[in-house]
Design a binder for this molecule. Structure first.
Ligand code: PGA
Length: 250
């Protein structure tokens, strides 16, 4: 199992981040599963560098570019250089879904990074080339689910994320996180059978793009209000290889 804790912008105090990392290291030292922590970017610099524990670190985003004149961007190479192992890419909180024209931007909308399937693809490639393992988030909104478009949206997210990515890299390096947007931070969990079914859509899409062996090898997490009372059932499902956990990971 690959269990990743996405701390988003919840932990603003470095001392608190250190405490959480210390307890995550204890959990990880048990050795049964791979535990990953994704603190805020500046805290990664404090916490990841020189890490020799079984806990691995993830960034919550990564630049599609390598080094250069890219103000505000953090490249995969920079993250790899401070012992970060994974990068979360295309989280619904960074994918653009508002469709609002620029003059109407509110601060809340400006805080959304306007991620698209194209940038998710470029970031996935940049992460792999920079030595990181991409955790690529896919998933439908409530409106997309209600109109019966869940499987098509998820298949499209997967297909476009993997453009120009080799089968070997998909099998060994890429992790998908199926995160129904309506279940993120809402307490509304996707029923385990349905989560498993859609993770199966991710797997069969990979099979269609590559082959059965690649689809079998690719790791798929479920994310969205995963917590102690539903994690065991979700993680027992055949297509679910781990969890991407926000609120409950704190
Ligand atoms: P949540 O977030 O567990 O708070 O729903 C999951 C995520 O956004 O990755």
């Amino acid at each position: 199992m690959l269990i990743a804790a996405n701390w988003k912008a919840y932990v603003e105090d470095a001392a608190k981040a250190r405490k959480l990392v210390a307890s995550a290291k204890k959990l990880a030292s048990g050795g049964m599963h791979q535990i990953v922590a994704a603190p805020a970017a500046p805290h990664l610099g404090l916490l990841a560098q020189g890490n020799k524990s079984k806990l691995a670190f993830a960034s919550q985003d990564v630049s599609a570019t390598t080094g250069g004149a890219h103000t505000g961007e953090v490249s995969a190479q920079t993250l790899h250089g401070i012992d970060v192992a994974y990068a979360i890419i295309g989280h619904s909180e960074t994918r653009g879904r508002f469709g609002v024209a620029e003059p109407d931007f509110t601060p809340e909308i400006l805080a959304i990074f306007g991620e698209s399937n194209a940038t998710v693809n470029l970031k996935t490639i940049a992460a792999i080339e920079g030595g990181l393992l991409p955790i690529v988030c896919v998933g439908e909104t409530l409106a997309e689910r209600k109109t019966g478009n869940t499987d098509a949206v998820v298949a499209e997210h997967v297909t476009l994320a993997l453009k120009n990515v080799s089968a070997a890299d998909v099998a060994a390096k890429v992790i998908f996180a199926y995160e129904p947007v309506w279940a993120i931070g809402t307490g509304e969990v996707c029923a385990a059978d349905e989560a498993d079914r859609v993770c199966g859509v991710v797997r069969s899409t990979v099979a269609g793009l590559y082959d059965a062996a690649t689809a079998e090898a690719v790791r798929i997490q479920y994310g969205g209000s995963m917590k102690p009372d539903n994690a065991v059932e979700l993680l027992s499902k055949p297509n679910i290889d781990g969890g991407l956990i926000g609120g409950a990971s704190l």
